[in-house]
Each structure stands twice: as structure tokens, then as C-alpha cells.
Write a protein of this length. Sequence first.
Length: 128
Amino acid sequence: MTLTPFLVATASYLLMLVAYFLRKRRAFHMLVMGATIAFDVSMPFFLVTHRNWWHRLIEQNDILSFLVWMHFGLLITMYALELAQVITARQILKDVPTARATHHSQGRALLVVRGLVILTGGFLAEPA
Ligand code: HEM
């Protein structure tokens, strides 16, 4: 395995940080966050089609590893938070009064969780 997906994910995290701080630039913020979420949704499909997951998880017994399950748990949490961000973003655009504060605090949680997803993914990646 190569480290390319990890490096691309790290770059996308840095871009997400920029979009986090530039939230007043609404179009930029929405474009980058939307692209980041699309990237996150696509990543498992890429890994399943480009990696020998059967060898890694079953033959090499990695499915019993704590790190794999931690990564998986964080991933599910990340998707839930991303869905919640899309829902509250739609509410902000409809001028729902409480949406902005919810979107803000969920966003901070998402930054932490996504950072940990990428970090644990980096630990799991095997350099070629
Ligand atoms: C598809 C995804 C997203 C969309 C469409 C979206 C959309 C928006 C919109 C329309 C605003 C209001 C900007 C303004 O004041 O004009 C906003 C604010 C904000 N967004 Fe997002 N966002 C998304 C994802 C995220 C994510 C993933 C994060 C954090 C990691 C985030 C963090 C924030 C923060 C902190 C604010 C400022 C809220 C405040 O004013 O307190 N957003 N977003």
C-alpha cells in the first residue's frame, strides 16, 4: 500500500481548515466542505477497489485489531457529523435561528473526529 491516499486526505484536511476559518466567504465554504464530504464518501470505494482488503483483514487477521475498529468507529461518527452539518447548513440557508450555533459546534467536533480518522488511517497504511 502506498501513502498517497493518506497524503491527499491530509491535504483535504488543511483545505477544510481554511474553509472553516473562511466561513463568511459562503460560496467558497460550501464548495470546499461539499467537496470534502464527497471525498470522504468516495474513499472507502477507492480502498475496496484498489487494495487487497481480503488479504489484509482476513488472511492477515487485521480484522481483530483494535486500531481497525477504532478507525471504523471514528469513520461512522464522522459520517454522522457530516450528515448533521449538511442538515444544519440547509437550515442556516432557510434562516432557522438556532441552526448557526449548532452548525458551529458540530463543525468543531467534526474537525476533531476527521483529524482522528485521518491519523488512524495513516497508522493503518502500509508504505509500498
Ligand atoms: C456541505 C457542507 C456545508 C455547507 C453547505 C455549509 C454551509 C454553511 C453556511 C451557508 C454557513 C453560513 C455562512 C455565512 O455566514 O454566510 C456556514 C457557516 C459555518 N460553517 Fe458550514 N457548511 C458546511 C460544512 C461545514 C463543516 C464540515 C464545518 C466544520 C468542519 C463547517 C463550519 C462552519 C462554521 C464554524 C460556520 C460559522 C457558523 C457561525 O456563524 O457561528 N461547515 N456553513
